[in-house]
Design a binder for this molecule. Structure first.
Ligand SMILES: C[S@@+](CC[C@H](N)C(=O)[O-])C[C@H]1O[C@@H](n2cnc3c(N)ncnc32)[C@H](O)[C@@H]1O
Length: 285
């Protein structure tokens, strides 16, 4: 399947699920307007102070995190391939009164046009890397969009966690080489998180959503992500692994912790479930 066919299939799948996700978050605009933030401490810490900085949020989905970064003072641009997600993001911006520019675009197309854009921060995460067919091109695009001294921040589900099925059984090998994984469609993980992804209040919404459009993901290992960034000229300044998941509840029997964080059950030995990294383009100040 060629690249355009894959990305259009993914666009259809995300367009179908975006309203279902939004149906669980009726109060999100009001939450953001009142000063609420959807961000977690991990990305805030890696991003550092963002007030006044030009920030690019890639694969931003319906923009809640982009707008939270705008609330913290960033001059934010959000990019996503899904028409429905970007329409929701623009509506959320109007409802919350928080300004951000949202562009509907394929990430590779956008980055090709963003060379020399001089962003101080480029951020993405929580299910971004798995949509990238060409990690090397992505990393080069990120480096090209950064200002000298600028920082790329990524907070992601750990590839080690992808080796387990929902019942914590070892089910797949460690992700490598962007191996393609075709699924029936993007699911209603916002509904399944039962409030973990809805800090402004959770509604039952589209309880039995079934996505009619298949999607195609790409399985990359952590070493491949870091190596792609290094090959693009970025210097790694932090790489952290976390034994819990923020927001989403990908496994059965997870224990709810503080701050919308999910922990494995007591009988599962700790494994890294998320990682975060920061990498900088040398040459600033
Ligand atoms: C799991 S979401 C990312 C979560 C997001 N960080 C958030 O705050 O909700 C993945 C997003 O990637 C987008 N996406 C998938 N393939 C893409 C591509 N080729 N270019 C741009 N966006 C893409 C989807 O439309 C979807 O909104």
């Amino acid at each position: 399947m060629d690249d355009l066919t894959l990305r259009e299939a993914n666009r259809r799948s995300w367009n179908a699920v975006a309203p279902a996700h939004a149906s669980h978050r009726p109060g999100l605009g009001e939450f953001l307007r009142a000063g609420g933030l959807t961000l977690f401490p991990e990305e805030r810490d890696l991003l550092g102070e963002v007030a006044g900085l030009a920030l690019l949020h890639l694969l931003c989905n319906s923009g809640q995190d982009t707008l939270s970064l705008a609330r913290l003072g960033a001059v934010a641009v959000g990019v996503d391939i899904s028409d429905e997600a970007i329409a929701l993001a623009r509506r959320l911006s109007a409802e919350s009164g928080l300004p951000a520019r949202f562009e509907r675009a394929d990430v590779y197309d956008y980055l090709a046009g963003a060379r020399g854009a001089g962003f101080a921060r480029v951020y993405c995460g929580y299910g971004a890397i798995c949509w990238l067919r060409d990690l090397a091109a992505f990393a080069r695009g990120v480096a090209g969009a950064l200002a000298p001294g600028g920082r790329f921040v990524l907070v992601e589900f750990h590839p080690a966690s992808n080796m387990f099925d929902q019942a914590w059984r070892l089910a797949r090998g460690y992700p490598a080489r962007g191996e393609r994984l075709t699924l029936g469609g993007v699911g209603d993980y916002v509904g399944a998180a039962g409030g973990g992804l809805s800090p402004g209040g959770f509604a039952e919404g589209a309880g039995d959503f079934v996505n009619p459009h298949p999607c195609h993901l790409f399985r990359w290992g952590l070493g491949e992500v870091v190596s792609a960034l290094a090959a693009a000229g970025l210097t790694l300044t932090a790489l952290r692994e976390y034994p819990y998941v923020n927001g989403e509840r990908p496994f059965a029997r997870m224990r709810a912790g503080e701050g919308r964080r999910w922990h494995p059950p007591d009988d599962v030995p700790p494994i890294p479930l998320m990682y975060g990294l920061a990498a900088e383009l040398q040459g600033g100040r």
